[in-house]
Design a protein around this ligand. Structure first.
Ligand code: ADP
Length: 397
């Protein structure tokens, strides 16, 4: 019988999951990924389940012509996949990703009815993501109240920020009301911080900007592996441009859309989350692979804009920390786009950045030259492993 931890990352249109074996070693418990997958296209006519084992071999690849209505229906499909495999597996606990922990959730927490209620109360802070994140917990709590569940928050790693980093320049009552610069992608940054002592001791002890460049993009300032500032704010719309979100935007634009264009909250929401960023600028796609291979001037503009704003944000975080020892690239674009990394590095040459072009093209872990004042690194993130670690730790506590 293999003891496992199941990690669920439920979004509005996808349910991602990963199963980890819990193995005992001389030094305690270790986690090993067994399989990972996603049920994508929830609520669309293109729902599909894809599951791969730890070596990347396909375990399931199934389309659902009749569609999958919601996260709960998706959970049934994933549950059936696990039951049908008839592995000798026992799920010890389920770890969940939760986008918003508000003011009070500063660390992962065991889920019960009261905690679920407290997390539900945070829905206005993340109306699109929070309900989807919580749906699987609610149904597991109902069907399997005995199964331990743990919530891990994307905001928690940033909760130690100083007031300067935590505030907008708005009246006190709004700050007290919870309108703060929470920051997101915390599980990704926490994972990177956990790896730095082994892979880059100088950065672990020093001041590092981590660039999480994926579908969503943000940057985090790490001082001695502790988050001190982030480019994201109250919601995951702030900061640097992303695949389909604009990043920092004059709040007056939103007023203009409301008053002069007569757009509703829902319409503005859709525009800002799905039609902006690289997609809006290029007028075609948010996929950096397509943009870098395109000759279209708008594709070039989109990349140039993205790279320039990202470099400017790294400089801003450097100013906040009063210096910088290194820059770490992670997530889809950060891990795979040599073009974007080179562009950002070039714009930071004035800080003493010297890129090793060949290492960058090869996607090597270290992409700066020995003469570079800053250490530049590529380090794959693993938010699911971070959630599994937290879940195991709370289970053992
Ligand atoms: P998610 O937030 O959905 O987990 P990822 O971290 O996987 O997103 O990042 C997805 C983005 O990464 C894609 O939109 C694409 O722009 C970019 N990407 C993925 N692979 C490559 C690649 N080989 N080269 C350039 N960009 C890539």
């Amino acid at each position: 019988m293999t003891d496992t931890i199941l990690v669920l990352n439920a979004g509005s249109s996808s349910l991602k999951f990963e199963s980890f074996a819990v193995e005992s070693t001389g030094e305690g418990k270790e986690l090993r990924s067994l399989l990972h997958g996603a049920l994508s296209g929830i609520g669309t006519p293109h729902a599909a389940l894809s599951v791969k084992d730890e070596k990347g071999a396909t375990l399931a690849d199934e389309a659902f012509a009749e569609g999958i209505a919601d996260v709960e229906a998706a959970q049934d499909v994933v549950g059936r996949f696990f039951r049908d495999r008839q592995d000798d597996v026992r799920i010890l606990a389920v770890g969940h990703r939760v986008v918003h922990g508000g003011l009070n959730f500063k660390a992962p927490v065991r889920i019960d009815a009261a905690i679920l209620e407290a997390m539900t109360a945070l829905t206005p802070l993340a109306p699109l993501h929070q309900p989807a994140n919580l749906a699987p917990m609610r149904s597991i709590l109902r069907r399997r109240p005995d199964l331990p569940q743990v919530a891990c928050f994307d905001t928690a790693f940033h909760r130690g920020h100083s007031e300067i980093a935590d505030r907008f320049a708005i009246p006190e009552w709004l700050y007290e009301d919870g309108v703060r610069r929470y920051g997101f992608h915390g599980l990704s940054y926490e994972y990177i911080a956990s790896r730095l002592p082994a892979v880059a001791p100088r950065l672990a002890a020093g001041r590092t900007v981590v660039a999480h460049l994926g579908s969503g993009c943000s940057m985090c300032a790490l001082d001695g592996c502790r988050s001190v500032d982030s480019t994201m704010g109250f919601t995951a719309l702030d900061g640097i441009p992303m695949g389909t979100r604009p990043g920092q935007l004059d709040a007056g634009v939103v007023l203009y859309l409301m008053r002069q264009k007569g757009m509703s909250g829902e319409e503005i929401d859709h525009l800002l989350y799905h039609e902006c960023g690289l997609k809006g600028l290029s007028g075609r796609t948010n996929d950096v692979r397509d943009l870098t291979s395109s000759q279209d001037p708008r594709a070039k503009l989109a990349l140039e804009y993205f790279i320039t704003r990202a470099a400017m944000a790294a400089a801003e975080l450097t100013c906040f920390m009063g210096g910088i020892d290194g820059l770490v690239f992670t997530a889809g674009i950060g891990e795979h786009s040599a073009f974007v990394r080179a562009g950002i590095a070039k714009r930071l040459a004035w800080l003493g950045v010297e890129l090793d072009e060949a290492a960058n093209e090869a996607g090597a872990p270290l992409i700066s030259t020995p003469a570079s004042r800053l250490e530049l690194r590529v380090l794959p993130t693993d938010e699911e492993l971070m959630i599994a670690r937290h879940t195991l730790a709370l289970l053992e506590a």
